[in-house]
Design a protein around this ligand. Structure first.
Ligand code: NDP
Length: 246
């Protein structure tokens, strides 16, 4: 097994939901964590909890829509722990809406966070990983990165893009520098993700879909599994959804 113990993991979107559970799961296996998100209080509380349970975590307030801030995050991780083994690009938003509602600002935010944030993360860690000829980049896509439904055009567009970018990364870097690339595509998971939806016309369908949502610790274990495989094994994509979800 590839050891998670002492691996240095940068985790974005660590302040809630899947990110928070993943931080706890990886810490329980001995990872050294660098936690990032915008809400400092949440990051501070989680970091204190992990460290008081014998784990090793630091945090840095980071907006993933800023390329400079993610470069600083990677520098901070490297200064603190001496290396970067894994980046989990988990930060994301899902303000679903019908296109004719013309929520242009929400489109911009999704593209900035869900697509550009992932690219900026890759940009920030790639030099460190290429230098050591090892590393692992895990990107959160979605079942909505495989299929589109009314209201998900832009969100699905961002999650399709995450899959394309991750596969491109795999093809370029895996043979060249041993860097592994993993797509995690969850179905409905009960987190704060649906709270950004402002279009009343899609809320009903989303509430129905999320009535059977699974807990985020399932996704945390999925991420752990992808990391635990030996270095010569690349887990390229995992889809995890509620058993009842179509
Ligand atoms: P949450 O809303 O609970 O968590 C989202 C996280 O992203 C928060 O920690 C938030 O922190 C962070 N975030 C949002 N914007 C930014 C930003 N600009 N810079 C830094 N961090 C940011 O949702 P989930 O845990 O469910 O979402 C995690 C990932 O999983 C997302 O990429 C989502 O698309 C994906 N996913 C989730 C599914 C679900 O059903 N829940 C299904 C499929 C995929 P803060 O606000 O503090 O910055």
């Amino acid at each position: 097994m590839e050891m998670i113990k002492d691996s240095v993991v940068i985790l974005t979107g660590a302040s809630s939901g899947i990110g928070e559970e993943t931080a706890k799961e990886l810490s329980s296996k001995g990872a050294k964590l660098v936690l990032a998100a915008r809400r400092e209080e949440r990051l501070q509380t989680l970091t204190e909890e992990i460290n008081s349970n014998g784990g090793q975590a630091v945090y840095k307030v980071t907006d993933v829509a800023s390329s400079e801030q993610i470069v600083e995050l990677a520098q901070y991780a490297h200064e603190t722990f001496g290396q970067i083994d894994v980046l989990v690009n988990n930060a994301g938003l899902m303000p679903l809406s019908l296109l004719n509602k013309q929520k242009v600002e929400e489109w911009d935010t999704m593209i900035d966070v869900n697509i550009k944030g992932v690219l900026y993360g890759i940009n920030a860690v790639l030099p460190y990983m290429r230098e050591r000829k090892q590393g692992h980049i895990i990107n959160l896509s979605s079942v909505a990165g495989h299929v589109v439904f009314p209201g998900s055009a832009v969100y699905s567009g961002t999650k399709f893009a995450v899959r394309a970018i991750t596969d491109g990364l795999r093809m370029e870097e895996s043979p060249e520098s041993n860097i592994r690339a993993t797509i995690i595509s969850p179905g409905a998971v009960s987190t704060e993700l649906t709270t950004t939806i402002t279009d009343e016309d899609v809320k009903g369908g989303v509430d129905q879909l999320y009535s059977d949502a699974i807990k985020p610790d399932s996704i945390a274990r999925t991420i752990r599994y992808a990391m635990e495989e030996p270095a010569e094994v690349a887990v390229n994509e995992i889809v995890v959804r509620p058993t009842s979800q179509q």
